[in-house]
Design a protein around this ligand. Sequence first.
Ligand SMILES: [Zn+2]
Length: 409
Amino acid sequence: MTNSDDGVGLRTCCSASLFHSLSSSATIQQGTGGLLRISSSAKVCTLLPCDNSNDTLLISELRAGLESAILKLPVMRDSYRAAFKDLLKSSTLPQNVKVAISGSYPSRETAQRILESVVFFMRLYGTQLDLSGLDSVTIADDYHENLAKIDRGFQAQSPTCDAFGTDYARAVPVARDGVVKTYIVLKSELAWALDDPDHEMYSRAMHLLAHESAHAHDNEVQRRTLPDIGSPTGKGSKDEYPFSTARTCWMEYIASRLSAQWGIRTYCGELEPHLCEMLSSAKEKAEESIHGYRFHGNQKLAEGEIRNAFGKILVRSAYLVGHAHGLGKTVAEMAPQFSKLINEKAWFSPIFERYESSLREMHSTYGSWTGVEVFSPIVGTCEALLGVGGLQYIRQSNGDYAIKLGLSL
Ligand SMILES: [Zn+2]
């Protein structure tokens, strides 16, 4: 089959051996509600990426579900229906994105429907975000295995966990023909939730998928405006820690800001206790690290501990600040306890104030940046914060950093 002009154009492929591992050893049980269920150890339905198969399944075969259901809603007036169709047509979701779903599903139809729901939401997000740099979307039961085997297209470490232990989805930069693209991997649970409006995780799943889609948007903007750091090799040696932290802060800020409109109401309330705990204990932890360093002399260990205590405050604050800004709110409005604690910490409040205004400033010129200097204010904030913790990065005349440990409290 070829990709027709279907207005969606996303294409997935179905391996010739669809349902291939439903062998005689697989256990088939009659589940509740008369649904045939397969034991979770059996790979029941596997739709594989296109690369190794000629037996293709068009997304156009999937799109009849959720989109049509919405269009048929009795409350949908003709004018709304037309506007909704036009809106989806404007989506930036590319026609050649590879989509795959693997895992245990009651039937092939169920797997297709779930895939269709995810694609529908991504089309919707693509009406607000630039998803033109999306390469692939994979939904998998064995999420971590799929993450580990992504062909990154360059030498890269395993992708790190995104946000506060809710590891259900990640947007991973990959290089394709020398161009940075984005590969999104979703845990099956997330995709199941998106397929069921009554699912307890439905709203959270929408938010998480929007957040990862926003990362794809940002990867594309950075690729266009900052070709040097948008290169696949990137940066990340320890000497560049303030820079890489500043960049991570920006990426989480913008992903949180852009996805806030699809966010869950409890989001800031959930982040707040973790941030308060980190901020309350950071200085004490850093002092312990410095004292420990005087005893054991292991600079690397102390450096890592201080980075962990202080650098993470900035990165994790970025989610909350980005979300608040995305809703046109202040941190004080969205997270009053955290805001109060910031004001109580005289060593932190000017740093945080500078951090928040730097992020706002970066956002005001987002899309027209001309060089990596745009990150300099956040790099400075990061260095100032680490300095409070007793870790100083001192630039040498040859451009390298020297590290100095010690508190001047
Ligand atoms: Zn993120």
